[in-house]
Design a protein around this ligand. Structure first.
Ligand code: PMT
Length: 218
């Protein structure tokens, strides 16, 4: 059994991809499987927390003791996150949120047209930045950064620009880690510095991440 360092704390975690509809049968999404976010939920439970899991569409079974909020689009996830964040001690944005959605969702299935088709996309709200911008009841806010180059530079930029307390950076260009893998490696950045967590299974990694967050709350 683990030391119950998160007893009495509420942790809200976003996980998985978002799905941005184009018409009734098509959507834009990404390769997030939800494995990292679900492992964080499991780790937070193991450390004694109450856990809210806001999940995009994935094919995983969530831990039975957590409260699951299923969502599809970034707008759905944004609404659910802002509803739960003020009653949370810790908020972790592990979801791979689509940065853009279709400007208009076609009501009927789009017909095949000419040789080119142009889609107009509009920016989605930044969920984690809006959570971190809460002035009352702001949780300890942890983001993830999925990068394919200059990982540390981009991650530190997101830590600062989104006003986060911590960011967990992963190199998603490397084989055998990141999106849809059972394993991952992370570097945690915060105001105090950085900590590298080498490649291991997402379950073990998630426990180390949650223990690090718990240590920062005290
Ligand atoms: O789900 P798996 O297959 O296990 O893969 C895990 C993972 C690679 C998806 C995960 O480890 C990860 O990196 N998640 C974040 C993916 C991502 O979208 O990163 P980003 O660098 O684009 O976004 C930075 C941060 O802003 C993230 O905390 C993200 O949740 C958040 N964000 C982004 C856009 C947006 N509109 N709203 C947000 O809150």
């Amino acid at each position: 059994a683990h030391k119950q360092v998160l007893a009495g704390k509420t942790v809200t975690i976003t996980a998985g991809p978002t799905r941005e509809a184009l018409d009734p049968v098509r959507y834009i999404t990404n390769h997030s499987s939800g494995k990292m976010g679900y492992a964080l939920a499991e780790a937070a439970l193991a450390l004694g927390a109450k856990v809210n899991l806001i999940s995009g569409p994935v094919s995983l079974t969530p831990p039975t003791q957590c409260q699951v909020y299923g969502v599809q689009s970034a707008l759905d996830m944004h609404q659910q996150a802002l509803a739960l964040a003020p009653q949370s001690d810790i908020f972790i944005g592990c979801a791979a949120v689509a940065d853009y959605r279709a400007a208009d969702i076609a009501e009927q299935k789009m017909k095949k047209q000419g040789d080119e088709l142009t889609l107009t996309l509009v920016k989605n709200p930044d969920i984690i930045a809006d959570v971190a911008a809460l002035t009352k009841q702001r949780p300890f806010t942890v983001g993830f950064a999925a990068e394919t180059q200059d990982v540390a530079t981009y991650a530190k930029g997101k830590l600062r620009n989104k006003n986060l307390d911590m960011i967990c950076a992963n190199d998603v260009a490397k084989q055998g880690q990141g999106f849809n893998s059972d394993n991952n490696a992370l570097t945690l950045f915060s105001a105090e510095g950085e900590l590298s967590l080498p490649l291991t299974c997402k379950h073990k990694l998630a426990l180390t991440v949650m223990e690090n967050i718990a240590a920062k709350l005290i």
